[in-house]
Design a protein around this ligand. Structure first.
Ligand SMILES: Nc1ncnc2[nH]cnc12
Ligand SMILES: [Zn+2]
Length: 322
C-alpha cells in the first residue's frame, strides 16, 4: 500500500489528464461528436500515432481560459487527495493559438487552476512548455522564444514531446539554447517510442538534466552507465509504457534494472486516463507489482523534488515536507 506515502510528479500532459467523463461534458458543451474517440466511457486508440490524434481531439474540447482553469484545478486536486505535494504539468501554448484564445490566455487559465488547487490543498504546481517534435524546428523555435519571455511565473521548463521517430534532437538545439539562456529547466521525450540512440541524441545535443521516459536506454549498457554517472533524472511512466506496448508487461519493464544500475528515477503518469492509470496507481505498481520498498519509493519522490524545475526556496520547503 502506498496511500500513506507523499508523492511528486514531473511528467503529466495536462490535456492527457482529462478524464473521459469531463471530455464528454466538454463535447456536449461545444456540440462535438466524440463517438470515434470515446467508447463506453474510455478513450479508444490503436497505436502511438493514433493515440497522438486522439490526444489532439480531446485537447480540442478545451476552448476557453475557464475550461483550462477547471481542468488544471480538477487534476491537481485529485493528485493532492492522493498525497501529492508537487506536480509539473506539460502544457502546449501552441494549442491556445489553434483554438483561437492565444497562448497567454491558455497559460493564464492553467495558472488560475494551479493557484486554485494550491489554495484548496497546498499542492505546488509548475508548467513545462512543450515543443511538438513532429511540428518541426521552426515552430519549436517560435515556441521557445515565447517560453523564454517567461511572462508566467509558473512556467519553469521546456520539453520536447510528440512523434519521437521524426527529426533529430540536433534540429531543436537552437530552441533549447534559447530556453537555457532564459533560465528554463530542460527535459526531452526520448527512449520511449525510439531506442537508446534517441536518449544519446538528447544527451549529446542538448544535455538536459532530465529525460522524459528514457527507459529504452536499457538497450545500451554504456548509456545506462552514463545516465547513472551524470546523474540524469529519468521521468519514468511504467503504466504508459505498458499501455503503449513499449514493454509487454510490468515484469519486463526496466525500472528495477535502471534503479539497480544507479540511475535516478521518478514515477509519473504521462496521460493517465488514456493509459488507464493515475499517479496513485503508478506508486502502487512500483510497490505491489515491481516490489520496491517504501524507502526506495520515497527515494524516487525525493529525486523528483531534487530535479524539479523550481526555485531553491520552494525546493527546500518541499524537501522538508517529505
Ligand atoms: N507519451 C507521450 N509521448 C510523446 N508525446 C506525447 N504527448 C502526449 N503524450 C505523449
Ligand atoms: Zn509524455
Amino acid at each position: 500500500m502506498t496511500a500513506h506515502l507523499k508523492k511528486a510528479e514531473l511528467h503529466c500532459h495536462i490535456e492527457g489528464a482529462a478524464p473521459p467523463a469531463l471530455a464528454l461534458l466538454q463535447a456536449r458543451k461545444y456540440n462535438v461528436d466524440v463517438s470515434s474517440i470515446i467508447e463506453d466511457g474510455a478513450y479508444v486508440w490503436a497505436d502511438f500515432s493514433h493515440f497522438l490524434k486522439c490526444y489532439d481531439a480531446v485537447a480540442e474540447l478545451f476552448r476557453t481560459e475557464e475550461d483550462y482553469a477547471l481542468l488544471a484545478e480538477a487534476y491537481l486536486t485529485e493528485l493532492a487527495q492522493a498525497g501529492t505535494i508537487y506536480s509539473e504539468i506539460i502544457v502546449s501554448p501552441d494549442h491556445g493559438n489553434t483554438i483561437g484564445i492565444g497562448s497567454d490566455a491558455y497559460l493564464r487559465g492553467l495558472a488560475a487552476g494551479i493557484e486554485a488547487a494550491r489554495a484548496k490543498t497546498g499542492i505546488e504546481g509548475r508548467m513545462i512548455i512543450t515543443l511538438i517534435r513532429h511540428m518541426g524546428p521552426e515552430a519549436a523555435e517560435r515556441t521557445a522564444l515565447y517560453a523564454a519571455k517567461r511572462e508566467h511565473a509558473l512556467v519553469t521548463g521546456l520539453n520536447l514531446a510528440g512523434e519521437e521517430r521524426v527529426h533529430n534532437v540536433a534540429d531543436f538545439a537552437r530552441a533549447f539554447d534559447i530556453a537555457r539562456d532564459a533560465g528554463l529547466g530542460l527535459t526531452i521525450h526520448a527512449g520511449e517510442m525510439a531506442g537508446a540512440f534517441s536518449v544519446r541524441d538528447a544527451l549529446d545535443h542538448v544535455r538536459p538534466t532530465r529525460i522524459s521516459h528514457g527507459v529504452r536506454a536499457i538497450e545500451d549498457a554504456d548509456l545506462v552507465k552514463r545516465i547513472a554517472d551524470e546523474g540524469v533524472v529519468l521521468e519514468t511512466c511504467p503504466g504508459s509504457n505498458v499501455s503503449l506496448q513499449v514493454f509487454p508487461d510490468f515484469a519486463s519493464h526496466p525500472l528495477r534494472a535502471l534503479h539497480q544500475a544507479g540511475c535516478r528515477v521518478t514515477l509519473n503518469s504521462d496521460d493517465p486516463p488514456f493509459f488507464h492509470t493515475s499517479l496513485k496507481q503508478e506508486y502502487e505498481i512500483a510497490s505491489q507489482v515491481m516490489g520496491f520498498s517504501d524507502d526506495e519509493i520515497n527515494g524516487m519522490t525525493r529525486t523528483a523534488i531534487e530535479a524539479a524545475f523550481v526555485d531553491e526556496a520552494t525546493r527546500r520547503r518541499l524537501l522538508a515536507a517529505l
